[in-house]
Ligand binder design. Structure first.
Ligand SMILES: [Zn+2]
Length: 388
């Protein structure tokens, strides 16, 4: 294992609602930076918040507040991701993990949302949680100010702004940000085409990334307006922008690729059985040669139905001799066939739901030309390797 691989490794730190929470090693660097940045600010500058004034602090107090504030900020990021994850679960999607990485967090879902509405809900859940945390923290600031707990005021104040920033920044309309997912959901609903929507949202993501990078450069060189740590903030902004740029570029590429992969690329030659074939013939003569869990039933390339082996379970052995394929097959219906030009994504979804886990491929002359089985999708040899 190279040093670089070790560096990319993740540690599982907790399980929340059964979801593993993993931390990227680089994340610890960011935590240290955050503690240092907050502590050094509190140590060197007086801070004016609402109507309380915090004088420069002694090192021990400054570092302690740095640690507390940083812990609060990263719990906030975690709360944001957990909110996405729980909403996804409510939409019936399992969650593989929540990852905290140097640029924030990520709730990794096992599958894509099934429809635009689910996508929208999952996307909005994160920023909604962050807005809620911001409101609570602003409330905390006010309450602490009443009691004159100056240090507490400062911590709440940082947390309030941190969460507000998290919510607003995430709503920028570019994939992979939450706002980009919202945009994707809207475009998806309008066009009905998820790949096209993903591609558009990804392109907007490239644009947002460029703006974030330019903003970073601007902070560093602008003569008039400079935040307290211009170089740190500028470089940070550029790094976040580059991260977004990389992710958005992958999304755009992925969407283009998915658009091109069709059923025709992945289907195999059809092994069909005749409607008159008896079940005993199927089991004795046919099955040993063709290990499939379902077969298209056809005569002269005309599809009559799909026979699923699963449907034979209910059939008593003594009837195998008399029963024919046509008696137990599922008659032809739109959910059992597609055309070669159908996208593989669509076909895959259809297979998940049609009850037989396979699809006949029929050309526009109505002839059976191929067969697809989930779990056995092979792209035609000679084409580039694809994620299937
Ligand atoms: Zn989010």
């Amino acid at each position: 294992m190279s040093l670089l691989e070790l560096f990319r490794k993740r540690v599982t730190v907790a399980r929340v609602y059964g979801i593993p929470v993993r931390i990227d090693y680089r994340w610890f660097v960011v935590v240290a930076l955050s503690v240092w940045l907050i502590a050094s600010n509190l140590q060197n500058h007086a801070i004016q918040v609402v109507n309380v004034r915090l004088p420069p602090l002694d090192p021990a107090t400054a570092w302690l507040l740095g640690v507390i504030t940083t812990a609060g900020l990263f719990l906030s990021v975690f709360g944001h991701e957990l909110s996405h994850a729980l909403m996804a679960r409510a939409e019936g999607i399992e969650i593989d993990e929540i990852v905290l990485h140097p640029f924030g967090g990520l709730a990794r879902l096992r599958s894509e949302p099934e429809n635009p509405r689910a996508e929208l809900r999952i996307a909005v859940a994160g920023p909604a949680a962050s807005f809620l945390f911001a409101i609570l923290a602003f409330g905390g600031t006010k309450v602490a100010a009443l009691g004159d707990y100056v240090a507490t005021v400062v911590v709440f104040f940082f947390l309030a702004w941190g969460n507000l920033l998290l919510a607003v920044f995430n709503l920028f309309p570019g994939y992979p940000l939450d706002g980009g997912r919202v945009l994707r959901a809207i475009l998806w609903r309008k066009s009905g085409n998820i790949n096209q929507a993903t591609r558009m949202a990804g392109l907007c993501g490239l644009l947002v990334a460029a703006v974030v990078i330019l903003f970073g450069v601007y902070i560093m060189i602008a003569p008039n307006w400079r935040p307290s740590e211009p170089y740190f903030m500028g470089i940070w902004s550029i790094l976040v922008g580059l991260f977004l740029l990389d992710t958005a570029a992958k999304v755009v590429k992925g969407a283009q690729r998915a658009k091109q992969v069709t059923v025709g690329d992945a289907m195999s030659a059809p092994v069909s059985i005749a409607p008159e074939l008896t079940i005993i013939q199927l089991i004795d003569d046919f099955l040993p040669l063709h290990r499939q869990t379902s077969f298209p039933v056809a005569i002269n390339r005309q599809l009559h139905g799909i026979l699923a082996l699963e449907d034979l379970k209910a059939l008593p052995r003594e009837r195998w001799r008399l029963t024919r394929a046509r008696d137990v097959m599922r008659p032809v219906a739109p959910r059992f066939f597609v055309e070669p030009s159908t996208t593989l994504d669509y076909a895959r979804e259809l297979m998940k739901r049609n009850g037989v886990g396979s699809l006949a491929v029929v050309n526009n002359h109505g002839e059976l030309v191929g067969f697809l089985q989930s779990g056995r999708l092979r792209p035609r040899a000679g084409k580039k390797k694809r994620k299937l």
